[in-house]
Design a protein around this ligand. Structure first.
Ligand code: SF4
Ligand code: SF4
Length: 161
């Protein structure tokens, strides 16, 4: 099964990237230059009006994560938001944190990173994955899907990965 990657706004990708994605210059109260320090991409960015209060008044993300991006904030509902979303850099637009997500009973049970690495707290899934995917010489998507469905899991592969 394939699909488009959908970000759950867990914030992880923005919490450790502050050394690469940086605020280069402040142009006005809500106008900034954002810069990728590695490839030197630069853009003018404006803080999205609906996030300006949050941007001004809540710096807890940066206080708790010294490597967090200057522009990320945590909303009251716990989700993280890019306050310059329409202007974010290519590195941010292009980022997919996983190659596939695995579900059990409609709840996310794990994520696939790269080709056969898995991130999960589900010990049964860890075992199934180790024995049937990581030990397989060339596990195809069909093989993975069939193994997982035999144990009540489903998997959504992201096509652009
Ligand atoms: S891209 Fe992935 S790590 Fe980043 S916020 Fe979305 S779900 Fe989280
Ligand atoms: S610019 Fe936005 S998407 Fe990119 S790292 Fe910062 S908060 Fe995240």
């Amino acid at each position: 099964m394939g699909g488009n990657f959908e970000c759950t706004q867990c914030g992880l990708c923005c919490l450790g990237i502050g050394e690469i994605v940086r605020m280069d210059k402040q142009l006005s109260q809500y106008g900034f230059i954002v810069k990728n320090e590695v490839v030197r991409e630069m853009r003018q960015a404006l803080i999205t009006p609906e996030y300006r209060d949050l941007f001004d008044n809540d710096h807890s993300v940066q206080e708790q994560n010294t490597s967090a991006c200057f522009f990320v904030r945590r909303k009251p509902d716990g989700k993280y938001v890019c306050t310059i979303h329409p202007y974010r850099l290519f590195i941010c637009k292009d980022y997919h944190c996983c190659a596939a997500r695995i579900y059990k009973n409609g709840i996310e049970a794990g994520r696939v990173k790269g080709r056969v690495s898995i991130v999960t707290k589900d010990e049964e899934l860890q075992g199934i994955w180790r024995e049937n995917v990581q030990k397989h010489p060339d596990p195809s998507r069909d093989h993975i899907e069939s193994v997982l469905s035999g144990h009540g899991y489903s998997i959504l592969f992201y096509d652009s990965e």
